[in-house]
Design a protein around this ligand. Structure first.
Ligand SMILES: O=P(O)(O)O[C@@H]1C[C@H](O)[C@@H](CO)O1
Ligand SMILES: Nc1nc2[nH]cnc2c(=O)[nH]1
Length: 296
């Protein structure tokens, strides 16, 4: 598998995976897909009447190799709505080409998904952000994409979408407004931000000089995922909303002993899991429901 071809991305392969999942889904007909970021697999635990399908069973799915990513799909209901939840995602740094990272989104398209909520763990670059903040993604800078790593490389399959998809509307404006309103209803204003997500390849965290560059370029948070999923989803017409959990401070000063590690990322995710779940499940205490807007 190389990143300069998409030989495995054939419509036929996507269809085989989708047909396999349809045979497992029972009466669940999800229009909403949820992707759990590092340490946020708990989002899948709130799904009711779970039907669990391991990635290892699904044709053409690869393994999720990162701690905090379970490697299974969960079908069922959240707040009475049918959903499918990816407990674990694929990252470029795991050695997968872009089309492999985006593959589950094309499968989601074929099983009927119309909207995806992607979550991730990210480092806070914006000096006003605190560890534990949520950042609703309003835009991204894809350093991987700009450098030529993209799920859309190679021949375009026009049955999914156009050769040159726009990305200025990647993160759905109406859904973002509703999501923020929902957060506000829940009393989350103090830690709800929005901003620009910078996607870097990883797996090393950034140097101080790199982070200063990202800050200058308008980045608010740094992470190693999500944009390949977003690009694949938007290419095939799935609406996207995405939320980062700021799991750690990005270190922008030389004169410090602070550092960052994946255990800290997982710890913060664990500490904030409950609020993230409440936001995603549209707690009854919120007057605003962001999920149903385009998905009745
Ligand atoms: O899958 P996400 O983007 O939530 O995971 C982040 C990025 C790396 O995989 C890892 C680094 O700690 O967390
Ligand atoms: N690139 C990057 N990804 C992260 N994921 C969680 N924290 C970080 C971070 O500080 N940098």
């Amino acid at each position: 598998m190389t990143s300069s071809s998409n030989e495995g991305y054939s419509t036929e392969k996507v269809r085989v995976s989708a047909d396999f999942l349809k045979s497992k889904m029972g009466n669940v007909k999800p229009k909403i897909g949820i992707i759990c970021g590092s340490g946020l697999s708990g989002l899948g635990e709130v799904v009711e009447n779970k039907i669990v399908v391991k990635y290892s069973e699904i044709p053409s799915f690869v393994e999720s190799t990162v701690p905090g990513h379970k490697g299974q799909l969960v079908f069922g209901q959240i707040s009475g709505k049918d959903v499918v939840c990816m407990q674990g995602r694929f990252h470029p740094y795991e050695g997968y080409p872009g089309w492999v990272v985006g593959f589950p989104l094309r499968v989601m398209k074929l099983i009927g998904i119309e909207m995806v909520l992607a979550t991730n763990a990210a480092g806070g670059i914006n000096p006003e952000f605190k560890v534990g903040d949520f950042m609703l993604i309003k835009d991204h800078i894809s350093f991987t994409g700009l450098a030529g790593y993209t799920p859309l490389v190679g021949p375009n399959d026009s049955s999914f979408g156009p050769r040159f998809p726009p990305m200025n509307d990647a993160y759905d404006k109406n859904l973002r407004t509703l999501f923020k309103q929902c957060a506000s209803d829940l009393g989350y204003d103090d830690f709800m931000r929005d901003g620009v997500y910078c996607n870097v390849f990883g797996p090393s965290y950034e140097t101080i000089a790199e982070l200063r560059l990202l800050l200058k370029l308008g980045g608010d948070a740094a992470g190693m995922s999500t944009v390949q999923e977003v690009v694949t989803a938007r290419h095939c017409g799935i609406k996207v909303i995405a939320c980062s959990l700021i799991t750690n401070e990005c270190i922008l000063e030389y004169d410090t002993d602070k550092t960052v590690c994946h255990d800290e990322v997982l710890q913060t995710a664990n500490d904030r899991a409950h609020q993230m779940q409440t936001l995603v499940t549209n707690s009854q205490t919120s007057r605003t429901h962001w999920q149903p807007l385009h998905c009745s």
